[in-house]
Design a protein around this ligand. Structure first.
Ligand SMILES: [Zn+2]
Ligand SMILES: [Zn+2]
Ligand SMILES: [Zn+2]
Length: 622
């Protein structure tokens, strides 16, 4: 047995080495929430909102009271130079006055140097692209001494950053112990670029990828598509903490954007998109296949426009796709610091017919999520939870789960003055952290119990052929699609609720460590889920655990009971494409693959965290 252990050890060492190539030792930062927009009272909105992502990386937003475009600017400091991306917008008035931007930026540079007790740094000005809402204060900077001004033309960018061939090569700007990569991404504009900061791992994508309407001139669809593909290649080779664009037009609700010209956006989407959205952007262009069709996605829309025609002043790409809205619960408690104050169950409403439950980490560090979806005649419960973790590591007593669920259903009926509904129990898969309270439900009358076995699921959901066909469960005015998703486990499924557009992905896709049991089978499932997401509106992707920290590429490691600052539960439609791309990148050989929001790990890997140096000490099961 000794030799076998050694072999496994070597294998794991090989995994760790391979993942070193993509290991993200990125300087962390925080993102502002919320950003100021343009109102409700313009007297109280400052011209600039300056947010420090960290002390060498500033994000600025220009007020919506100046111009409804309210663009974002980026100011990044190196040892010798600071780089400013974009110079902002002019007033939305007939005279197009520009506010004093250069003095404001130079003041930030002076304050930075003073606070850090650092010699003054010189400034490089570059642009995400040439449009007027990003270049309006250019003359102010050109007039300054000691400013390297890079005009928003391909030739000037190429010269300044040493790009050999535009747009297929990359350039670099060295700020002094900080390299910014320049990635030509023409399409929205001839001079569109993305900036990649190697220190933070932030990818600045300008108007080419942001939460809002990505305009593409019809004649440039092919160019933009090629740029999206090159961005995919880039993020496949570099760790990406956040994708940061230059506007927010999206609302917090999926598939909804504020009409063009909206100054005040009280329920705005966050600024940051994720690495996953680069894959989703690419998927949009693949689907467009060169044709000028509008693609409306949860977090952005691609909007083709005919050149030299005026755009309607109040253009809007998406109004929610008719999906029933809901609120993503925040503030989940995990398991501590004091277990006496943590309830066994936390029950939160996405909306009045869609409940999300979490079992306490004080019962078991798995702290799984359960979903309860209610239709006119039936309710569907996904999973029954986990048993108490015993001191010897085994699972013991199961806490009362069935009474909690039946109580919710009774209260739901009373509150809605609705006839009682019967219950169907189904499972994300067959692992015992999701099935422990099964006997409690099997013992109840009027409960349709679907065992976590492919043939049982197939029968109950009418799946013609496992795993390539899709089944349905009708709850009465609410159909839930059942998508076979083997790979983590043989009976893994995803559930798709057509009313909310929520896609429940179980242990196959959640913010944490995704265990791959059967690589070829999981790879095929990931492709089928991507095909499904490509054809259906997906509001949110909801899994059954959280192991990820709120910082990219970091997880708590398995078995952590108390998780301070854990990542949110929800992933996006974009992550379905990122998952698929991750499997494709493995080329059939299992390895640890770390993404910002999840990590693929082979079954049997010891508690995997990433990177190891920043990992909290592993919690002993007790
Ligand atoms: Zn713009
Ligand atoms: Zn599992
Ligand atoms: Zn699980």
């Amino acid at each position: 047995m000794k030799t076998r252990t050694l072999a496994v050890g070597l294998l794991l060492a090989a995994c760790a080495l391979a993942s070193d190539n993509t290991r993200a030792v990125l300087k962390p930062g925080t993102l502002a929430e919320p950003w100021l927009t343009g109102g409700p009272n313009c007297l109280s909105v400052p011209d600039w909102q300056v947010h420090e992502y960290n002390d060498d990386f500033y994000i600025l937003r220009e007020s919506g009271c100046i111009n409804a475009e309210k663009p974002f600017l980026y100011l990044i400091f190196g040892e010798d130079k600071a780089l400013l991306e974009d110079t902002g917008v002019a007033y939305d008035t007939p005279d197009h006055t520009v506010i004093p931007t250069a003095p404001f930026i130079m003041d930030l540079l002076a304050k930075w140097a003073k606070r850090k007790n650092h010699a003054p740094v010189s400034l490089v000005v570059i642009h995400s692209h040439s449009h007027g809402d990003h270049t309006a204060a250019d003359p102010q900077f050109k007039a300054l001494p000691n400013v390297q001004f890079v005009a928003a033309t391909p030739e000037e960018i190429q010269k300044a950053s040493g790009i050999k061939t535009w747009p297929t090569d990359l350039g670099q700007i060295d700020l002094g112990k900080r390299i910014i990569d320049i990635i030509p991404i023409p399409g929205h504009d001839v001079a569109s670029i993305a900036l990649y900061d190697r220190v933070t791992g932030n990818l600045m994508t300008g108007d080419s990828l942001y939460p809002g309407r990505l305009y593409v001139p019809e004649a440039q669809i092919g160019t933009y598509a090629a740029s999206a593909k090159r961005m995919v290649d880039f993020v496949n080779a570099h760790p990406v903490a956040h994708v940061l664009g230059t506007h927010i037009e999206q609302g917090s609700q999926s598939y909804f954007d504020y009409p063009r010209g909206t100054k005040y956006q009280p329920k705005e989407h966050v600024l940051e998109l994720s690495r996953a959205h680069v894959f989703e952007l690419n998927e949009a262009f693949v689907k467009m296949n060169g044709k000028p069709v509008k693609m409306v996605y949860p977090d952005f829309a691609v909007v083709p426009r005919v050149a030299n025609t005026t755009m309607p002043a109040d253009v809007q790409a998406g109004d929610g796709m008719g999906l029933q809205p809901g609120v993503l619960p925040t503030g989940w408690r995990t398991g501590g610091p004091n277990c006496l104050t943590i309830p066994d169950w936390q029950i939160k409403e996405y909306n009045e017919d869609f409940y999300i439950l979490r079992q306490s980490g004080c019962i078991n560090p798995e702290k799984p999520f359960l979903y309860l979806i209610i239709g006119d005649q039936k309710a569907l419960l996904e999973d029954t939870g986990v048993g108490t973790l015993m001191p010897d590591g085994t699972r013991g007593t199961v806490i009362p789960t069935a009474p909690v669920i039946m109580d919710i259903l009774a209260k739901w009926a009373a509150r809605k003055k609705h006839a009682p509904v019967s219950l169907i129990v189904i499972h994300s898969h067959g692992h015992n952290d999701h099935t422990a309270a099964d006997p409690q439900f099997q013992a109840l009358p009027n409960v349709q119990f679907i065992a976590a076995k492919p043939d049982e699921i197939q029968k109950a959901a009418g799946i013609a052929k496992w795993p390539t066909d899709i089944g349905h469960i009708d709850l009465g005015g609410r159909v839930v699609d059942v998508i076979p998703f083997p790979g983590h486990q043989e009976a893994s499924i995803a559930l798709y609720d057509r009313l909310t557009g929520n896609l429940m992905t179980g242990d196959s896709l959640y913010p944490g460590l995704l265990t791959v049991e059967d690589l070829p089978v999981f790879t095929a499932s990931a492709q089928r889920l991507a095909d499904f997401a490509s054809e259906h509106p997906v509001a949110h992707v909801l899994g059954t655990h959280i192991e990820q920290k709120a910082l990219p590429y970091l997880d708590f490691g398995r078995g952590t009971i108390y998780q301070r600052d854990e990542a949110p539960l929800e992933l996006t439609r974009a992550h379905v494409f990122e998952l698929n791309a991750a499997f494709i990148s493995l080329h059939g050989t299992m390895n640890v693959v770390a993404m910002p929001d999840f990590t693929l790990v082979p079954r049997g890997t010891p508690d995997t965290a990433y990177p190891a140096s920043l990992r909290p000490p592993a919690a002993k099961p007790n």
